[in-house]
Every structure is written in structure tokens, then in C-alpha cells.
Design a protein around this ligand. Structure first.
Ligand code: GTP
Ligand code: MG
Length: 297
């Protein structure tokens, strides 16, 4: 069994040949390199000549390509890197070390502290910052680059998500699914280089792609942390109810007559609703914890 398998998703990336050489240099010749290719027949033959395993992808999407490669991999540790030579392969070496030391289950390559001039536009930086912040807050981690193209993963963690059909969120898909199961998502700093060859393959609109990632972050959370959602709504309903009730009480004390029956009823119903929502959140959260423990086992 190779110690590490690296998945390289590609659509006609000329840089992939240089990348395979860099990977062999950094990881040794025993590393398993799996290229998941959605290029032409001619490209496919050229890719085969690198000596790496080459799988053809018949559906679409980088996350599906990576999943296809992971399902085929034999390594004890699994990794992935974009084919366009924009991510420093040293991130895989550092990630393997972190997983080996037992410090993480998924390590993301964080590009945000070392970006070559012109490699990432301002709006992508802002979008990535926002999505990474949202991910960190929702899933209780502290990462800064969920849209990265480099990760290293513990095999045991992967086995728990291998049957999931990936949704369109890039590497954030893997981060969300593992965080949901309670696996530790960490990061290592890497240098991010400018794309030197070819054009972008990921999506026609990075803005729409980003909105999609955000919607997945929240949609997945609905199942993940019912206490946060139900509890939050419960607290809001309860506080509004108490405020209305307080107003009714003040009015009664000032006038000496009880006239605001409708308001009093509304306040009472909101407080009861808030209480029930919090209880529902607690119960669902407890059930989810039990399910997580059973899945991990
Ligand atoms: N097999 C496969 N590879 C893909 C697919 N979409 C993107 N890729 C590859 O995934 C990697 C990331 O795509 P990029 O086009 O570099 O995305 P990006 O880094 O956001 O865009 P740039 O900043 O322009 O490089 C590259 O190696 C692509 O060739 C896909 O549907 N299938
Ligand atoms: Mg790229």
C-alpha cells in the first residue's frame, strides 16, 4: 500500500506534466498519482505517458472528479492538488506530516498569506474570506481558504464520506462533510502562484459559484446544528414575547386596568413557541450527536 495517493483533476492543463514531476520529487516514486481527466483522446494518451494512473471522467465538476480519484486510491493518506501548478506541492508534504502527527483529519492548503502578485483578484479574495469565515463560524473551525485547490485527508475520514454524491462546492464539499461528522479540519500555509498556462476550467462565473458554495454551507448546517437554528429562532421568539409582555405589564401598572388582552395572548404564545423551539433544537441536536457517534464507529 503506498503511503500517499494524490488526485489531480484536469481538463486540458498543459501544466500537469510539470506537476507530476514536482509531485514525484517531493513525495518519492512510491507515491500513487491519479490523474482524473476530462480532456480529449489525444491528451489522454499524453497523460498516460507520464506513468501516472489516468482515469477518464464522464460526468462534470471538479469535486466529482476528485471523488472518483479518491474512490480508486490505495494510499494510507489521500491528497488532491489542482493541475495548473498554482498551488505549492510543499503543502502536501506539510499536510502529510500533520495527519501523521495525529493533529488533523483534513488539512487545507491556505493560500491567503502568500499570494503571488496578480494570482488572485480582489473580489475573489473578499469572496474567499467571507466564505471561509462563514464556514469557520458555522462548523466551529478556524480556516481561511475553503476555496483552495489543495488538501490532504486521513483515509479513515474519507471512508465515512466515500458514498456521498458530491455537490458543487469544490474542496469545500469535503470540508463540510467531514466537519459535519466531527472530523478536525486544519490548514497549512502554501504559496499561491499565478496561472501561467491555459484558462480557467472550474466555472464560467466565479460569482455564481461562490453564491452556490455559500448556499451549501448553510443548507448543510440545517442538518448539522439544529440547536443553533432552532435554538436561535426560539431565543428570538422568546425575547420578542417577553418584550411585548413587559409592555402589557407596564400598561397595566400605569392604568390599573387590563385592556391589552390581544397583546398579552401574543406575548404568551411567543414565549411558549420560543421554549418549544429550544427544546426541539436540544432533542434534534442530541439525536444528531448519537448518529455522529454511530457513523464514526
Ligand atoms: N477532471 C476535471 N477537472 C476539472 C474540472 N473542472 C476543473 N478542473 C480542474 O480543476 C482544477 C481547478 O480548476 P481551475 O480552472 O484552475 O479553477 P481556479 O483555480 O478557480 O481558476 P483559475 O484561477 O483560472 O486557475 C484545474 O486543474 C482544472 O483543470 C472538471 O469538471 N473535471
Ligand atoms: Mg487554478
Amino acid at each position: 500500500m503506498p503511503r500517499v495517493s494524490v488526485i489531480v483533476p484536469t481538463i486540458e492543463e498543459e501544466s500537469v506534466f510539470g506537476l507530476v514531476r514536482s509531485l514525484r520529487k517531493a513525495l518519492g516514486k512510491d507515491a500513487e498519482i491519479i490523474i482524473v481527466d476530462k480532456s480529449s483522446e489525444k491528451y489522454y494518451r499524453r497523460l498516460k505517458s507520464t506513468g501516472a494512473t489516468v482515469l477518464r471522467q464522464h460526468d462534470r465538476g471538479v469535486e466529482k472528479a476528485i471523488m472518483q480519484g479518491l474512490r480508486h486510491a490505495h494510499g494510507e493518506i489521500l491528497a488532491s492538488i489542482d493541475a495548473d501548478e498554482t498551488h505549492d506541492v510543499s503543502g502536501i508534504v506539510d499536510g502529510i506530516r500533520m495527519i501523521g502527527n495525529g493533529k488533523a483529519d483534513l488539512v487545507l492548503g491556505n493560500r491567503m498569506n502568500d499570494i503571488e502578485d496578480g494570482a488572485m483578484g480582489a473580489y475573489l479574495k473578499v469572496g474567499n474570506f467571507g466564505l471561509s469565515w462563514l464556514f469557520s463560524k458555522l462548523y466551529g473551525t478556524d480556516v481561511h481558504d475553503v476555496l483552495t485547490g489543495l488538501f490532504v485527508m486521513r483515509r479513515e475520514a474519507f471512508e465515512k464520506i466515500r458514498d456521498i454524491d458530491p455537490y458543487r462546492a469544490g474542496i469545500a464539499f469535503f470540508a463540510i462533510e467531514l466537519a459535519k461528522l466531527g472530523y478536525r479540519v486544519r490548514e497549512v500555509d502554501i504559496r499561491y502562484y499565478k496561472r501561467r498556462l491555459g484558462t480557467s476550467k472550474l466555472t464560467r462565473s466565479k460569482f455564481i459559484y461562490g453564491v452556490n458554495v455559500a448556499s451549501h454551507l448553510v443548507r448543510q448546517l440545517r442538518d448539522y446544528s439544529p440547536l443553533l437554528i432552532f435554538g436561535g429562532l426560539g431565543v428570538i421568539a422568546g425575547v420578542i414575547g417577553l418584550l411585548i409582555g413587559f409592555g402589557v405589564l407596564v400598561n397595566f401598572l400605569n392604568t390599573g386596568t387590563f385592556t391589552q388582552t390581544g397583546r398579552a395572548l401574543l406575548a404568551f404564545m411567543l414565549v411558549v413557541l420560543g421554549f418549544l423551539l429550544i427544546v426541539a433544537g436540544l432533542i434534534l441536536d442530541m439525536l444528531l450527536e448519537i448518529e455522529k457517534k454511530l457513523t464514526k464507529r
